[in-house]
Ligand binder design. Structure first.
Ligand SMILES: Cc1cc2nc3c(=O)[nH]c(=O)nc-3n(C[C@H](O)[C@H](O)[C@H](O)COP(=O)(O)O)c2cc1C
Length: 181
């Protein structure tokens, strides 16, 4: 797939088909996502993939702050990727102080970069994704018994799209986004 087709053609997918995902394809996606840039190459992003339908259903109900749209999306997905970040590294100096005024904000920055790579890699393999930002990280962390030093940064619902791809939602013009100084 051409890079421009991949980046323009990726859409957030919220309805998925019943087709199973091959675990090898999830490994291929993470194999691509791991080449994302990160703070001092710290590579703190982790991917916990929930394939078990029962556990996924529990997160769909108890882990999305009552946001029904996300409940439906997770129920429809074939896998839920819980993207976490190992805390206390991105943005920090060895003595524990912050390197910049952005503080620990770089943790979410690295997670965002990795999520975009993950979604584009999935799209290149014909898989659909949607990043979900409305979730209860503490509830999910407790239910999945995730490592103490990790914080849930995002969820990604994953599966083969049920419907043909739609047009992209409107984008701002380049002239509104770009300035030269
Ligand atoms: C940080 C972030 C959080 C998001 N949270 C949600 C969400 O909770 N639920 C949802 O359905 N979509 C969510 N989205 C998807 C956006 O709505 C979607 O990317 C946007 O409408 C543009 O559509 P496109 O991805 O098809 O280009 C999120 C996207 C991002 C980047």
């Amino acid at each position: 797939m051409e890079f421009s087709d991949c980046i323009r053609g990726r859409r957030s997918v919220r309805r998925f088909s019943d087709r199973e995902i091959d675990r090898a394809d999830i490994e291929r996606i993470v194999d691509m996502a791991r080449y994302s840039p990160s703070w001092k190459n710290s590579q703190t992003v982790r991917y916990h993939v929930v394939l078990d339908g029962g556990v996924k259903g529990e997160i769909a109900r108890g882990g999305v702050c009552g946001f029904e749209r996300n409940t439906k999306t997770i129920d429809s997905s074939r896998a839920l990727v819980v993207v976490t970040t190992v805390t206390g590294i991105c943005g920090y100096e060895p003595d524990g102080s912050f390197t910049t005024a952005k503080g620990a904000g770089w943790e979410m920055f690295d997670a965002g970069v990795a999520c975009q790579s993950f979604c584009l890699a999935a799209h290149s393999l014909g898989l659909g994704t949607v990043i979900l930002g409305i979730f209860d990280g503490d509830a999910i962390k407790a239910r999945l018994n995730l490592p103490e030093g990790e914080s849930v940064s995002a969820l990604i619902a994953l599966g083969y799209p049920r419907d043909p791809a739609k047009d992209a939602p409107p984008r701002k013009e380049v002239s509104e986004l770009l300035s030269f100084i």
